[in-house]
Write a protein that binds this ligand. Structure first.
Ligand code: SF4
Length: 212
């Protein structure tokens, strides 16, 4: 183990203790392969599983593993019309598992998310029996304010480019406080202080840089 990896492990151990006070279950995995293994240990075969758009989840291979495994995958990509997309989102609220990343997590164990459509943060707040959040160490911030800054200053520009958004962050590389209909990715700012249902939210912290 390199000194950096050892440091990451120590930092994650501290954050995981703070998450436990908030009834959020934390795990640390040194790399994406270990994160995938941990996620598949947590999600029982046969479970219904939905997910929000997440580069991190794709990077660790979890979406492919769910789609190719013995699970009932609720995939928005299977929807062929706006009505069917809405049905998929509603179906995800009743899922046994919902998978997502976060825009940031704090050294105090809080989660920070900004969402344009809000289906992702809605499922985080309520609905699915279990929510599995996978975050790379690149998303660790000091506090909630730093997390929201990170989301808009660091994550939004590459995300806007990836999604083809015609927003100031996508075209100029910085936030312009837009309100662009159908484009703006910043509708709901969600700060998760704790989980009211103990251990419903599970967080795998990965000792690598993942997602934006
Ligand atoms: S408010 Fe608009 S410009 Fe700013 S980060 Fe969000 S989508 Fe980008």
């Amino acid at each position: 183990m390199t000194p950096v990896q050892k440091n990451y492990e120590n930092i994650a151990a501290t954050v995981i203790k703070k998450m436990a006070v908030r009834q959020i279950e934390g795990y640390y995995c040194p790399d994406k392969e270990a994160a995938l293994k941990k996620a598949l240990e947590l999600i029982p075969e046969g479970a219904s599983v939905g997910w929000g758009g997440s580069v991190t989840m794709s990077e660790i291979g979890l979406i492919d593993a769910i789609k190719g495994g013995n699970y009932t995958a609720i995939d928005r990509a299977d929807a062929k019309s706006p009505d069917e997309i809405r049905q998929k989102y509603l179906e995800m609220f009743g899922a046994e598992w919902f998978l997502m990343s976060a825009n940031a997590f704090t050294s105090e164990g809080e989660l920070i998310n900004i969402d344009g459509n809000a289906n992702r943060v809605a499922a985080l707040c309520y609905g699915p029996q279990n929510v599995l959040v996978v975050v790379g160490m690149n998303k660790l911030v000091t506090d909630a304010e730093g997390g929201f800054d990170r989301a808009r200053l660091c994550a939004a520009p590459p995300n806007a480019v990836r999604l083809g958004k015609k927003t100031p962050c996508g075209t100029l590389g910085k936030c312009g406080e837009c309100f662009t209909a159908g484009e703006c990715m910043c509708s709901q700012f969600v700060y998760t202080r704790r989980s009211s249902i103990p251990w419903r939210i599970k967080v795998i912290i990965v000792g690598e840089s993942l997602g934006f």
